[in-house]
Design a protein around this ligand. Structure first.
Ligand SMILES: Cc1ncc(C[n+]2csc(CCOP(=O)(O)OP(=O)(O)O)c2C)c(N)n1
Length: 375
């Protein structure tokens, strides 16, 4: 099915409100929603999946209509709390259609961070007593399915899930212009960052393309550094770094993404409160969830500088060009032990087509990291 066909059927069945966190499994559908937001449909990109369930609840309370909550199965776990304590029929009984991208589907090749969740997605739905269907391949099947879910929602006011497998939805090319305001890509920024290092830094990098690019840059330079590549647990990187920084006297550098930072924005308040002087937080802000297809984040309306200072970070630096970044990195690392500090780097979207993935396993990465951290 293509996106217009999917939208026609959603519209016919009065599903016009979409909210969630993007997933590459339905990247095309995400681009379609983004392009058509405000044009007969609403698409609210939420900070995390738990929030999306709550937004869809609010939508239902206000309109008596049913919202669609999209998410990758990685984020499904986050929704267990609002599903069981808000939407569940034993609490407020809120109908909503969950559209869950199935990464790590048993029998399909996928990354290590998706394996367990891939295996337990269906058992988890069953444990939560959420009925489900697989997202169909044809227009007529989809039409029948949405008619069935509409009847289900009339009879049962509670969530129903659609599991979306890879490659079900045809590609969609957005007509939106790509932004080119900023000089650097994320990879350019990463190169400049590691060029500025003298070898005693410990890096914890965020999930998605940041860790993939950093890993490849290290390989290309024949370096065997003390980097921890966070492959999953989106938004948790700065908290991993906090746990390390509070228990090490080394220079701990976190490299974060705007989508990930926003997902767990509360982490900034914990870091600020416990203020480890050796923590350097670098945010590479491309205003997008680039790793799942470039869907926008809300970072363009967020003042991270004020949030960090208001949370207890000791200093905040800004950079939007290579030259500027070099100067600012030098300044930030000169203030040794006076952190936590934040460096916000504005970059444009984009990455190499041939970008690979870490070739070491997460456990190999962990063991090497732990050994070298103690040296
Ligand atoms: C809980 C959870 N929800 C969704 C995802 C899917 N996901 C992986 S990377 C990513 C985007 C990260 O965006 P950002 O931090 O801005 O980094 P960028 O990809 O732009 O470099 C998303 C949504 C996930 N891994 N985990």
């Amino acid at each position: 099915m293509n996106c217009s066909e999917i939208w026609d059927i959603f519209k016919k069945n009065n599903y016009k409100f979409f909210t969630g966190v993007p997933d590459s499994t339905f990247k095309a559908w995400m681009s379609f929603l983004d392009e058509n937001h405000g044009n007969g449909l609403d698409n609210i990109i939420s900070s995390n999946e738990c929030e999306a369930v709550a937004i869809a609840t609010g939508y239902h309370l206000a309109t008596n209509n049913i919202g669609v909550v999209y998410m990758q199965n990685s984020g499904f776990g986050k929704t267990v709390n609002p599903i069981t304590s808000l939407a569940d029929s034993e609490v407020y009984s809120i109908p909503m259609l969950l559209m869950i991208g199935w990464r790590g589907e048993p029998g399909e090749k996928d990354e290590p961070q998706h394996k367990k969740m891939g295996r337990v997605t269906i058992p988890l739905l069953e444990a939560l007593e959420i009925p489900y269907s697989f997202f169909p391949e044809t227009v007529s099947e989809f039409e029948q399915l949405l008619q069935k879910t509409s009847i289900f929602f009339k009879e049962n006011k509670k969530p129903y899930a659609l599991i979306v497998k890879k490659n079900i939805i045809e590609p969609f090319t957005s007509s939106k212009r790509k932004d080119t305001i900023y000089e650097m890509t994320r990879e350019d920024a990463l190169k400049t960052i590691i060029d500025s290092f003298n070898g005693d830094e410990i890096i914890i990098s965020t999930t998605g393309k940041t860790s993939r690019e950093l890993f490849e840059l290290r390989i290309a330079r024949k370096e065997n550094p003390r980097d921890f590549y966070t492959v999953g647990s989106m938004g948790c990187t700065s908290s991993i770094a906090l746990g390390i920084a509070l228990n090490s006297n080394k220079k701990i550098v976190v490299i974060d993404g705007d989508g990930a930072l926003i997902m767990q924005l509360g982490a900034l308040t914990t870091i600020g409160h416990y203020h480890p002087g050796n923590l350097y937080h670098i945010l590479i802000d491309n205003n997008a969830h680039e790793s799942t297809g470039g869907q926008p984040t809300v970072s363009d309306t967020v003042n991270f500088k004020e949030i960090c200072l208001g949370s207890g970070y000791k200093s905040v630096y800004l950079a939007n060009s290579r030259e500027n970044l070099k100067i600012v990195l030098e300044k930030m690392f000169k203030e040794e032990g006076k952190g936590p500090s934040m460096l916000i780097i504005k970059v444009k979207k984009g990455s190499r087509e041939d970008l690979g993935r870490p070739t070491t396993t997460p456990i190999q990465n962990k063991e090497h990291f732990m050994k070298s951290l103690r040296k």
